[in-house]
Ligand binder design. Sequence first.
Ligand SMILES: Cc1cc2nc3c(=O)[nH]c(=O)nc-3n(C[C@H](O)[C@H](O)[C@H](O)COP(=O)(O)OP(=O)(O)OC[C@H]3O[C@@H](n4cnc5c(N)ncnc54)[C@H](O)[C@@H]3O)c2cc1C
Ligand code: SF4
Length: 489
Amino acid sequence: MKLLYIPFDHLHRNYGVLKNADPASDQIVFVQSERMCDPSKWNPIRLYFLISSARHFARQLEAEGFTVHFMVAPTTRDGLESARKKTGIQEIMSAQPSSFRSEAMLADAEVEFVENDFFLTPRGLFHGWADGQKSYLMENFYRKQRVRLNVLMDGKEPIGGHWNFDKENRLPPPKGYQWPGYFRHTPDELDHQVAQELRIEAPLDWATTRDGALMQMDYFFHTHFAEFGPYEDAMTTENWALHHSLLSPYINNGLLHPSEVIEAAKNRFKMGDIPIESCEAFVRQIIGWREYINGMYWYLGADYRNHNQLKAERQLLPLFDHPEKTSMNCVRVSVEDTKSRGWVHHIPSLMVLSNLALLTGTNPQEFLDWMRREFIDASEWVMVPNVIGMGVHADGGQMMTKPYAAGGAYISRMSNYCKPCAYDPKLRTGDKACPFTTLYWDFLDRNRDAFAKNHRMAQQFGGLERLRDREAVKERAQQVLIGLENGTI
Ligand SMILES: Cc1cc2nc3c(=O)[nH]c(=O)nc-3n(C[C@H](O)[C@H](O)[C@H](O)COP(=O)(O)OP(=O)(O)OC[C@H]3O[C@@H](n4cnc5c(N)ncnc54)[C@H](O)[C@@H]3O)c2cc1C
Ligand code: SF4
């Protein structure tokens, strides 16, 4: 007999340590650590999703005949030791965990690992690719993935004649558009029980079972897939999910495997009514971005999360916990949405929340911890490169060649946030100036030395040199930063 340890992000019967499991020779252990029980430290929506999904999955394994030990313990390590004592079984096996921290802790607890096959790219394969690169361009990795995995290929050529259709996408939200409704999930008695423990209402936005995750996937491919590409980067208060799939929580906790999502995308595309620019854009997210981010997490090492190359030391702004403390409409809406659902799509994450942290010089680790606490799909492997590398450029450009810094003009073009806002995206000085616009120029000014040799930023610095009111911008930036700290901007 041996114990199989199932972390809350390995919830798939056909992958990881469960692939070859047999109720006659294996017992199952889950551990809900106490840090997962405190809704004052984590977004309760996130805890609800993770805990209820794991409990449902444990039930499913019991129904299959497994003996399941669902331990609640101060730490995962304590839970595993208690399971050893309770069962008298010493041997514990698990699939390789998804973070450096868990890997060290489980190795110390003498847990044996089988390969983590919850991704499409083995870690060694990614290392091989990255070792051969001068700069780790996602696009280069993605093209290799298309060929290797044979996705949207016509022999050696990409279907549609191009690898990437981004030029056709990136549209702002259309006016007077009829957004399709959201898929509503029906919580069961176990969901309600978990919600009650966390002192919330069970949300309808998220499923906690494989059946629910499959329904969400089906709904996406039949209702949203065709329009996914064009409005992928748009932001609107008219619809919180737009045409995004809302699949990341399920792919990240194992209820869906990325290969199942790709198979479903390919099959749907074969039906002939999905434009290539939407299909390609979605496939790029799954076999490109997601795999690249996981590969980079393991490639860049455990210390990568501590980078702070721009020496950003500001404490987390109060608006991140109290969105009512800001009059910046885009920020208030994005923080409120994150808190109420544990999710906003990649552009509010990048161009509103991370952009604000970047431009205000907020400490990267404080911001990273906030994102980890709040997002339903936040795991260490995915949040660290997305925030440290992409969001706040704290790694000195190891991942991205230039920071995603933007003023109010970008947000104004891609959203409907600015019209009702107290500020004007076109202004950089004065009381009505958009804080993003002011801070953007001030950020460039403050970090001239750090980016002096970065040719990709020459155009932005050329713009800075041409500003006639640089002193006034600096002065306004100081007022904005003080106002943000005091909750008056
Ligand atoms: C600063 C920042 C932080 C992020 N943090 C997370 C996170 O903690 N967890 C997370 O899963 N995603 C994260 N992302 C990526 C992306 O925002 C989410 O995957 C996406 O919004 C999830 O919603 P969706 O399933 O509707 O995605 P869709 O837009 O429908 O995309 C399809 C899928 O592509 C994958 N994907 C796309 N981009 C990325 C990416 N950059 N990294 C990893 N997977 C990607 C996801 O699995 C997603 O489900 C982050 C992005 C940024 C810019
Ligand atoms: S004006 Fe500036 S702060 Fe207001 S919503 Fe637009 S970008 Fe955001």
